[in-house]
Design a protein around this ligand. Structure first.
Ligand code: MEV
Length: 307
């Protein structure tokens, strides 16, 4: 049996705008999805969502990964078991992490010789097949780890401050949210395009700030980014409740991360304020997770029982 894991991510800047070629800054976080694979007569996929064969409704990403691997190799059957610290549909990159970890686990099982770039590219193609439209951000960051500026693929230093995630526990569909933004943009291109471009500009300004560890200025810009995400219609009352609870209890900044609509906010803070912010998020009805960013992307956890 082979086990690989891949991390989730948070966006400091640029979700949605990055779909239209604007810049984004995205960090891999130490919350992982593990995928165990072994050869089997049939295809069996096991996860918290159920046990199925190839199934585009329940396990669309993994089903596409298996189809793609079948077209590259003589793979017939495989048993895949998924364990995840990333809640599904929460904006933390669970789809990218399961896709990347599955490809890499099968890459090892079938000795395909895919490079990390091949894994990221294949995972991106699968996200496009499932979601209709997807930027390479989530799949690239889950494969490579680190803090990355997209589309430049430029690696920035890790943030040294705590990262707190506030989860509304409301499922959000990236496909639907990306579609809603596309619709709004086609109705009002002269209004929406400048907003997307301004979001991209914030990522460009923030590049130097991340390198200088200037979290106060990064935070100011993240708060502006939050306002623009609300403007393009991906906010919700629950997300705003968590954003303001975090800000009012001392966060440097708080904004939606990922597709929005439900899902999560990302908060950056000073160490001393962390527990106060966690309590405020919980009091506002959310679930708080303290995490940190990580340089490590997809990794082999064990190979035939050896670690
Ligand atoms: C989803 O995690 C991020 C979006 O920008 C979509 C994408 O980049 O594919 C909303």
């Amino acid at each position: 049996m082979i086990t690989c894991s891949a991390p989730g991510k948070v966006y400091l800047f640029g979700e949605h705008a990055v779909v239209y070629g604007e810049s984004a800054i995205c960090c891999a976080v130490e919350l992982r999805t593990k995928v165990h694979v072994e050869k089997n007569d049939d295809v069996i996929i096991e996860s918290i969502l159920g046990t199925t064969g190839p199934d585009l409704k329940v396990h669309p990403y993994v089903t596409h990964v298996i189809e793609m691997m079948k077209s590259l190799t003589d793979l017939r059957g495989v048993r895949i078991r998924i364990e995840s610290e990333l809640p599904v549909g929460s904006g933390l990159g669970s789809s990218a992490a399961v896709t990347v970890a599955s490809i890499q686990a099968l890459n090892h099982l079938l000795s395909c010789g895919l490079s990390p770039e091949d894994v990221a590219k294949t995972a991106h193609e699968i996200e496009i097949r499932v979601q209709g439209n997807a930027s390479p951000t989530d799949t690239y960051v889950s494969t490579m780890g680190g803090v990355v500026m997209i589309p430049q693929r430029k690696r920035l230093p890790l943030l040294k401050c705590p990262i707190i995630i506030g989860n509304t526990n409301k499922f959000s569909s990236t496909k639907e949210l990306v579609g809603n933004v596309a619709k709004l943009r086609s109705e009002f291109p002269s209004v929406i395009d400048p907003i997307l471009s301004n979001i991209g500009q914030m990522s460009i300004l923030a590049e130097e700030l991340v390198s200088k560890n200037d979290y106060v200025t990064i935070g100011k810009l993240m708060n502006v980014n939050q306002g623009l995400l609300d403007a393009i219609g991906v906010g919700s009352a629950e997300l705003s409740d968590l954003v303001y609870a975090a800000r009012n209890s001392g966060a440097i900044s708080a904004k939606i991360t990922g597709a929005g609509g439900g899902g999560c906010i990302v908060v950056i803070a000073e160490d001393k304020d962390t527990m106060r912010i966690v309590k405020a998020i919980e009091d506002a009805g959310g679930e708080a997770i303290i995490t940190k960013n990580t340089e490590e992307g997809v990794r082999l956890e064990s190979f035939n029982g050896r670690r």
